[in-house]
Design a protein around this ligand. Structure first.
Ligand code: 5AD
Ligand code: SF4
Length: 440
C-alpha cells in the first residue's frame, strides 16, 4: 500500500478534517509518520492570520526540495488556504500537484489521479450540505484517550475580521444519530474524553424523526453514554450560549466545567465594528450566569489586539474586561487583515504594527497574571485528573487535565494513561498546576 503523510495547521476542526481525509484515502494509502517514506504528502492549511499562510508557503518551499529528491512524490494542499487562494496557488507554488477545499475531500482520489496524469487538479467548491456524516474518521495521531468529533461545519456569523465564512462556507449540522454512534464507537474503543467541535457549536441544530436536537440536548445525549467519559466542546459564540446549555453542563459530572467563550474585544465600539452582535454588558451577564450556576467553571477566551480604529481607550476596555472576568487562559492575537472580509473592504487597517504589538504584549502580560491568580486559587484543592501521558519535563511524572481544562503534573504512582486519579494541588505556575495523587 502507498504511504500518506498529513501535516495539519490551524484549529482542531482541521485536525478532525485530516482524520476524515485519512479515512477517504484509506483504501489506497496507509498513514505513515515519517515524511521521507511518503508517496503522498497532504498539507491541511489555515488562513485565519497572514502569519499562518506565510508559514505554509515556507513549508511548501522546503517540500519542493524533497520532491526533487523523490520523483513520483505527490503533494496536495487542503483546507482553508486552498479555499482562499484557489487554483492561483497551483501556479504560484511549483511543489503543488493538486488542491482541495474543505468541502471537496471526497473528490481527493479523483484529484490525485488527475494530477498523476499531469492535469491541473483542483476542487474548491463549497457545499451547503457536506458534513462527511457517513465517514468514520481514522484517528491516526491519538493518545487513545481523547478524541474530537466534528458536529457541524462552516459559519454564518460573518465577524468582520474573519475569513472562515468564506473558506468553510455556510453553517450546517451533522445528523445527531451519526454523532452519537461515533461517540459510542469511541467509548467502545476505550476513549475517555470526547470533544464536540464546530465553529459555533451553540447553534447546532438537527431534526430527526420529529425530534429537535439543539446543542444542549446533544451534549446531554453524549454525556449519558458513559459517566466515565468526559465531554468537552469548542467553540462557542457568546450570542447564543443559553441557560439551557449552562444548566446541562452543570447537571452532568462528566460535562467538563470549562467554557471557551471568545470575547475578542472589550469595548462596545470594537464589538460593533467586529459585528459580534453582543455588547460588553451582555457578555458580562453571560459570565455572571455561568459563575452563578457553576462557580467552579473555568472560562477561557480569544482576544484580538489592534483591530481597525482601536483607540487606547478601547484597548483599556479589553484589559478591564479581562480583569473583570478573570480568565483562566486566553488565546491572544494581533489583528491581521484578511482579503475579502468585511473589515478589509470597509475599515482601514490603521493601527501601526508597533502599537498592535505593544497592546498584545500588555494583554499577554495581564493574562499571565490572571492565569497565575486563577491557578493559585486551586492550591490545596483536590481534582479528578484524567492521566494523558508522561510529562515532557520529567520521566518520573505524568500530566493530565482536570475538568476545568487545567494541566496538572504529578509524580507517577500506580496509575496508567487513561486512568482517573485524584490529585491534590500543591504549587503552580501560570501555565500548570503541580500536585500529588491522593487516595479517595
Ligand atoms: N486577525 C487576528 N486574529 C483573528 N482571529 C480570527 N480572525 C483573525 C484576524 N483576521 C482570531 C479570533 C478567533 C481565533 C480563532 O482567531 O480571535 O476567535
Ligand atoms: Fe484556520 Fe479558521 Fe480555517 Fe480553522 S477554520 S483552519 S482557524 S481559518
Amino acid at each position: 500500500m502507498k504511504k500518506l503523510f498529513i501535516e495539519t495547521y490551524g484549529c482542531q476542526m482541521n485536525v478532525a478534517d485530516s482524520e476524515v481525509v485519512a479515512a477517504i484515502l484509506s483504501s489506497e494509502y496507509q498513514i505513515c509518520d515519517d515524511i521521507k517514506e511518503a508517496d503522498l504528502i497532504l498539507i491541511n492549511t489555515c488562513s485565519v492570520r497572514d502569519h499562518a499562510e506565510q508559514r505554509i508557503r515556507k513549508r511548501l518551499n522546503e517540500l519542493g526540495f524533497l520532491k526533487k529528491k523523490k520523483p513520483g512524490l505527490q503533494i496536495g494542499l487542503l483546507g482553508c488556504m486552498a479555499e482562499r487562494v484557489k487554483e492561483k496557488l497551483l501556479h504560484e507554488e511549483s511543489a503543488l500537484d493538486f488542491i482541495a477545499g474543505p468541502d471537496a475531500y471526497r473528490s481527493l482520489p479523483t484529484l490525485i489521479q488527475e494530477a498523476t496524469f499531469g492535469k491541473t487538479a483542483f476542487n474548491v467548491m463549497l457545499s451547503t450540505e457536506e458534513t462527511y456524516d457517513d465517514i468514520d474518521p481514522i484517528r491516526y495521531d491519538t493518545n487513545g484517550i481523547s478524541a474530537f468529533i466534528s458536529i457541524m461545519r462552516g459559519c454564518n456569523n460573518f465577524c468582520t475580521y474573519c475569513v472562515v465564512p468564506y473558506t468553510r462556507g455556510r453553517e450546517r449540522s451533522r445528523n445527531s444519530k451519526t454523532i452519537i454512534n461515533e461517540a459510542q464507537q469511541l467509548i467502545n474503543q476505550g476513549y475517555k474524553e470526547i470533544t464536540l467541535l464546530g465553529q459555533n457549536v451553540n447553534s447546532y441544530h438537527s431534526e430527526e424523526d420529529g425530534e429537535i436536537v439543539n446543542f444542549a440536548k446533544l451534549m446531554e445525549k453524549v454525556a449519558l453514554l458513559s459517566p466515565q467519559v468526559r465531554v468537552r466542546f469548542a467553540t462557542s459564540h457568546p450570542k447564543d450560549i443559553s441557560d439551557e446549555l449552562i444548566e446541562t453542563i452543570a447537571k452532568y459530572d462528566n460535562c467538563c466545567k470549562y467554557i471557551h467563550l471568545p470575547v475578542q474585544a472589550g469595548s462596545n465600539t470594537m464589538l460593533k465594528r467586529m459585528n459580534r452582535v453582543y455588547t460588553r454588558e451582555y457578555y458580562l451577564e453571560r459570565i455572571a450566569t455561568i459563575r452563578r450556576i457553576m462557580p467552579e467553571c473555568s472560562i477561557a477566551t480569544d482576544i484580538i489586539a489592534g483591530f481597525c480604529g482601536e483607540t487606547e481607550e478601547d484597548h483599556q476596555a479589553t484589559l478591564s474586561l479581562m480583569r473583570e472576568v478573570g480568565y483562566s487562559s486566553a488565546y491572544m492575537f494581533k489583528y491581521s487583515e484578511r482579503e475579502g472580509t468585511m473589515a478589509a473592504k470597509r475599515f482601514p487597517d490603521d493601527i501601526p504594527d508597533e502599537v498592535k504589538g505593544r497592546r498584545l504584549e500588555e494583554i499577554i502580560a495581564l493574562q499571565q497574571e490572571l492565569s497565575l491568580e486563577s491557578n493559585q486559587k486551586d492550591i490545596g484543592k483536590t481534582f479528578e485528573v484524567l492521566v494523558e501521558g508522561a510529562s515532557k519535563r520529567s520521566n518520573n511524572e505524568y500530566f493530565g487535565r482536570n475538568s476545568q481544562n487545567k494541566v496538572i503534573i504529578f509524580p507517577k504512582e500506580d496509575c496508567h494513561i487513561g486512568d482517573y486519579v485524584n490529585v491534590l494541588v500543591q504549587s503552580c505556575s501560570p501555565a500548570t498546576l503541580k500536585g500529588i495523587i491522593v487516595k479517595s
